[in-house]
Design a protein. Structure first.
Lengths: 499, 318
């Protein structure tokens, strides 16, 4: 049998997938994928959201079992694997969203991984993992106190302490800025150079191009093509599914806005957590139908700004004026009710509820849901904007792809008939074509007269749709003005810290 | 402080305290001995529960079963087999540990509130069984044969030894690889699984130890009580008390249950003077702690300590 052959030969491929399929209910997430990865390779998997990358990865990581097909990883049959075994067989998975054990120290976090090894090898493995990932001097810090890049390093350190043969990296670049990205790419190179086989799933094209020797493209659960990064990026089918057709660009163009009334006015806003002051003296305003794009490196205070506007973080000083009324001390729910909506980072949907139920929860009152009501329901606006949601109405929100979930999150905010919507990291972890669609929706929302605060990592696209730009750096405003006055140098100064 | 000295102290201090209490036990008056026995039993119960409920994050409402099994096993062995006391208590504790494994195996399929309800269901079911089981005299009182010959001071000594065993074994477990895995599972199950932590294999021994200690606590409780009823032993109140103590002291900390049980025990003792208001007073204290110090008194103290030390290092940097 295949198994026997794999175990006896030393030059055997480390991963063999033959017609691997995984279904959830009626949905086929991974459809007859064939893939062979040899030892020492560095393979990238790409594809738009909902292409089945994450599901395929979870099969290789032994977190789920394939519904049919053969899957051998490190010589073991993964169609019969139970949870927690994959790590013992030599497969290490670094998660997209770092999941540290927050109440343990960095070293303890890595220690736990080393317990799959014989007792004697543990200490050396942990020291080595901490050293490679550059965490040796942080090893006694609480994992919960780490920043994003350090958390990603910790994810990798934990994986390395398993002494794995195969390292799986799931969207490790998500949420990182340029400088951090380079460091992470260097770290992955270092890991690969130590002789480990690496498979990475990645949206950030740049990372795939810099790292991968071979790229596999998935779409709708099936393998579309594979080849070198250069070959794949020339393939017209890949360009089509991944980058979208060029005419989409027009939809992102903004109609010039008439100067409406000022909806949201923020004056000298400061906020923070405990001893840390994250926002310092931030001032801006947004008028009716305007899009304000907020940019800034990680840790610049963008999400804190969103939370402070929504009342989830206490304001230290300064004021927030919404529709002429001071709301600085108003609780979150009251701000939401009066029309200040937030589409939070990470979407925060109710995963067990259906799409319809999620949208319904966004409504101001149940009246809007009843069909007999004469006026147009706010939900009709949502379905008009995202026709796809009508098909998905009865699916559980937690089972949707990232892009679909983001549509539901936007729809939920719209259902409350807001005057201002704050989008926090709208495009995080989504494929370019999905981002385009969402930004089109944002433009339509703004054109309908709703004011938009758009917090984004996807710099160039966010600038394209902006009426105004606000750039934060370490909690302070370093640029505020029109897109035409905003130069590449300004951008670099904000992100890279060049003076 | 070196880690070696630290670990020596964390075992050494409890041992020294226990030895002092044990030696001086005979000179303590009866009322005080009885008081301390009650306090130490509550501490043992809370610490054992904290393993599962605090460090493991599994809010068990089934720990009354262990108290019941431990106490009734003691009564039955002493009456029917006439074993000496120490082997009896050990046997009762082991029996309770086995019951712990037996309960945990199906319960571990459940998580969060479902586990709480599942374990509560088991507690209620075992109460129903015991109240009808003629072998243990059903709803009638079951007298402990030797308890007349054991002085309150001796019971207090047993409670002291039991508490010492509980402290040492729990500190050892929490510091062991198993303890780290336990916390890892609590903080993030999927993350733990991806680095090779197996849920059932990690949790079963923890439930067994928790059951062992709670069962032994039930055995000493039986000696203190002199006679047992199902109502007094298979009572959900034990699980609730353990949980309340841990929440007030600090869930998932080593010293939390110790501090929490001192507060709750003496609060109950002195609030009892206010008759009907006693429950209200306890409830108000609980609400205040949960509202203002959600990580318990230990959490509050660590926070205070951290803010002082961080201020000091800030100052020294300047």
């Amino acid at each position: 049998m295949t198994k026997g052959r794999l175990m006896t030969t030393s030059t055997a491929p480390i991963l063999v997938a033959e017609a691997v399929t995984r279904t959830f209910g009626g949905v086929t997430a991974v459809n007859k994928v064939d893939l062979v990865v040899n030892e020492g390779e560095l393979v990238g998997i790409m594809g738009p959201n909902g292409a089945g990358k994450s599901t395929f990865f979870s099969l290789v990581a032994g977190a789920r079992k394939p519904s049919s097909g053969k899957l051998y990883v490190c010589g073991k049959d993964f169609s019969k694997i139970s949870l927690g075994d994959a790590a013992r067989y030599g497969v290490g998975l670094a998660h997209q969203i770092p999941k540290p054990f927050r109440k343990l120290t960095v070293r303890q976090n890595v220690d736990i991984a080393s317990y799959v090894l014989p007792r004697k090898r543990r200490k050396a493995a942990v020291d080595y993992a901490l050293d490679i990932s550059g965490l040796t001097d942080r090893q006694d810090k609480m994992a919960g106190d780490l920043g994003l890049l350090e958390l990603k390093r910790l994810e990798i350190a934990r994986v390395l302490a398993l002494e794995p043969k195969l390292v799986l990296l799931d969207e490790v670049a998500a949420g990182l800025n340029e400088a951090d990205l380079d460091e992470l790419v260097a770290l992955v190179r270092k890991v690969h150079a130590t002789g480990k086989t690496v498979i990475l799933v990645e949206h950030v094209q740049e990372v795939i191009h810099k790292l991968a020797e071979r790229v596999v493209v998935l779409e709708w659960g099936s393998k579309l093509t594979e080849g070198t990064p250069a070959e794949v990026s020339k393939d017209p089918r890949v360009v089509e599914i991944y980058l979208g057709s060029p005419q989409n660009e027009d939809a992102l163009k903004r109609q010039p806005t008439k100067a409406g009334e000022t909806r949201l006015k923020v004056d000298g806003l400061s906020a923070g957590y405990g001893p840390v002051k994250v926002l310092n003296d931030v001032t801006f305003d947004v008028a009716q139908g305007e899009i304000l794009t907020v940019l800034g490196a990680n840790g610049a205070g963008k999400t804190t700004l969103a939370k402070a506007l929504e009342g989830m973080v206490k304001t230290r000083s300064g004021s927030v004026v919404f529709k002429g009324e001071v709301v600085t001390d108003m609780p979150t729910f009251a701000r939401q009710r009066s029309g200040l909506a937030l589409v939070p980072e990470g979407r925060r949907l109710f995963g067990d509820l259906t799409v319809r139920e999620n949208l319904r929860l966004g409504l101001k009152s149940e009246r809007g849901f009843k069909a007999s009501h004469k006026d147009q329901s706010p939900l009709d606006t949502v379905y008009e904007l995202f026709p796809k949601l009508t098909e998905l109405n009865d699916r559980q929100a937690g089972q949707l792809s990232g892009g679909e979930q983001q549509m539901v999150a936007v729809g939920r905010a719209l259902a409350g008939e807001p005057d201002v919507i704050i989008f926090d990291e709208l495009s995080l972890g989504l494929a370019p074509i999905v981002v385009d669609r969402l930004l089109e929706a944002v433009v339509k929302i703004a054109n309908s007269g709703i004011s938009v605060v758009l917090i984004e990592q996807n710099i160039h696209k966010a600038i394209a749709v902006a009426d105004k730009i606000l750039v934060l750096k370490r909690g302070e405003v370093v640029f505020s003005g029109k897109p035409k006055d905003f130069s590449e140098e300004e951008l670099q100064r904000a992100y890279l810290g060049a003076e | 402080m070196s880690t070696r000295l630290k670990s020596l102290l964390s075992y050494g201090i409890p041992v020294v305290i226990a030895v002092v209490l044990y030696v001086t036990a005979q000179s303590v008056d009866r009322a005080m001995a009885n008081d301390f026995t009650g306090l130490f039993l509550l501490m043992t119960l809370a610490m054992a529960w904290n393993l599962v409920g605090g460090f493991g994050g599994q809010f068990s409402l089934g720990h009354s079963i262990f108290v019941g099994v431990g106490s009734y096993a003691t009564a039955v062995i002493l009456t029917t087999l006439g074993w000496p006391l120490i082997p009896t208590v050990l046997a009762a504790a082991v029996m309770s540990a086995l019951i712990g494994l037996l309960l945990a195996y199906p319960l571990l399929r459940l998580r969060g509130p479902y586990l709480a309800v599942g374990s509560l269901g088991m507690a209620v079911a075992s109460y129903g069984w015991m109240i009808n089981w003629n072998f243990t005299k059903a709803s009638q009182a079951y007298a402990i044969p030797v308890s007349g010959q054991i002085s309150l001071q001796e019971t207090y000594q047993y409670a002291t030894i039991l508490l010492l065993i509980a402290v040492v074994s729990i500190v050892a477990l929490v510091r062991s690889p198993l303890g780290l895995r336990l916390v890892a599972l609590r903080d993030n199950e999927a993350g733990a699984a991806s680095i090779g932590v197996k849920r059932v294999r990690t949790l079963l021994p923890v439930w067994a130890l928790s059951g062992l200690l709670t069962g032994a606590m039930g055995a000493v409780y039986a000696l203190q009580s002199g006679s047992l009823t199902v109502d007094a032993t298979f009572n959900i109140q034990f699980s609730l008390d353990a949980a309340i103590v841990c929440v007030i002291g600090g869930l998932g900390t080593l010293s939390g249950p110790v501090i929490g049980s001192i507060i709750i025990y003496y609060l109950r003792k002195y609030a009892a003077d206010f008759a009907n208001y006693a429950l209200l007073i306890e409830a108000v204290v609980l609400v205040i702690v949960v509202r203002f110090f959600p990580s318990g008194l230990v959490g509050l103290a660590t926070k205070g300590y951290r803010s002082i030390t961080s201020r000091r290092t800030d100052a020294s940097k300047k």
